[in-house]
Design a protein around this ligand. Structure first.
Ligand code: PGA
Length: 249
C-alpha cells in the first residue's frame, strides 16, 4: 500500500521566528497522524531551524529547489550536498513559479531530478498546464511531454523515491481548484504516461499529488479520488490548523 503524502510548500514565506511559531503549533496537531506522510518544504534559510524542531516527530523535511551541479561557480544556488547535510529528505523541482519566473525548462528540471536522486534526495516533480492550454484542450499532450522530459534517464527503481505533483497553473493561489473529478482524470493521464515509459505496476506505485488551492475545505473530496495520492499545499500550509486539517483530510 502506498502512503498518501501531504506536503506544504511554504514558497517565499516565513522568517526563522515565524518558522518556529508555525512548526511549534503544527507538531502537536499532526503528531498522531499515521496513515499520511507529512512534509514541510521550507525556504533554505529556515531548513536548519525546521530540522531541529521536527527532530523525532512524524514531519519530514523538504526544500523548494536544488541545483544540478555538484558544486562550483553558481552564485546564489544551493547544492544537493548542502541540503542532505541539513537532513533534507524531499525537494520540490520544477514548480510552475520556477518555470514561469526563473527560466526553468523541462531540460533543467530533468537535470535537477537526476542530481537529487543521485544524492539520495526524493524529488517532488511539478507538472501542470496553463489556463490557455486547458481551454484549448491541448493540456494532455503538454502534460505527457512535461512528464516524459522530467523522467528522462530515471530508472524504475529510482522512481520509488519520486513523487509527481500535478498542479494546474490556473489553480495555484487563485482559489480556483480543479474539480476533484478533473484532477483525478488528469492525474490518470500522467499515470498512463508513466505506465508507457515503465510499466503499469511501476506507474501504480508512483505517488501523484494534486496541488492548486487545496485547503481544509476541499482536501477530503480531492483525497477521496482514486488517482490522487496526496497534495502539494501552498497557502493553506502557512496556517497550522488548516494544514493539519488537510493532513487528516
Ligand atoms: P496553493 O499553491 O495551494 O497556494 O494554490 C500550491 C503550490 O503552488 O504548490
Amino acid at each position: 500500500m502506498k502512503k498518501p503524502i501531504i506536503a506544504g510548500n511554504w514558497k517565499m514565506n516565513n522568517t526563522i521566528a515565524q518558522t518556529k511559531a508555525l512548526l511549534t503549533e503544527l507538531i502537536p496537531l499532526v503528531k498522531d497522524e499515521k496513515k499520511t506522510e507529512v512534509v514541510v518544504c521550507v525556504p533554505y534559510t529556515n531548513i536548519a531551524t525546521a530540522a531541529e524542531l521536527i527532530k523525532g516527530t512524524n514531519i519530514h523535511l523538504g526544500a523548494e529547489n536544488v541545483h544540478w551541479a555538484e558544486k562550483g561557480a553558481f552564485t546564489g544556488e544551493i547544492s544537493a550536498d548542502m541540503l542532505v547535510e541539513l537532513g533534507v529528505e524531499y525537494v520540490i523541482i520544477g514548480h510552475s513559479e520556477r518555470r514561469q519566473y526563473f527560466g526553468e525548462t523541462d531540460e533543467t528540471v530533468n537535470m535537477r531530478v537526476k542530481t537529487a536522486i543521485a544524492k539520495g534526495l526524493k524529488p517532488i516533480i511539478c507538472v501542470g498546464e496553463s489556463l490557455e492550454l486547458r481551454e484549448k484542450n491541448r493540456y494532455k499532450t503538454f502534460l505527457k511531454k512535461q512528464t516524459v522530459a522530467a523522467l528522462k534517464d530515471v530508472t524504475a527503481e529510482e522512481l520509488d523515491n519520486v513523487v509527481i505533483a500535478y498542479e494546474p497553473i490556473w489553480a495555484i493561489g487563485t482559489g480556483k481548484t480543479a474539480t476533484a473529478e478533473d484532477a483525478n482524470e488528469t492525474i490518470k493521464i500522467i499515470r498512463n504516461t508513466v505506465a508507457k515509459l515503465y510499466d503499469r505496476k511501476v506507474a501504480n506505485k508512483l505517488r501523484i499529488q494534486y496541488g492548486g488551492s487545496m485547503n481544509a475545505k476541499n482536501a477530503h473530496e480531492l483525497m477521496e479520488q482514486k488517482q490522487i495520492d496526496g497534495g502539494l499545499i501552498g497557502g493553506a500550509s502557512l496556517k497550522a490548523v488548516d494544514f493539519s486539517i488537510v493532513v487528516k483530510h
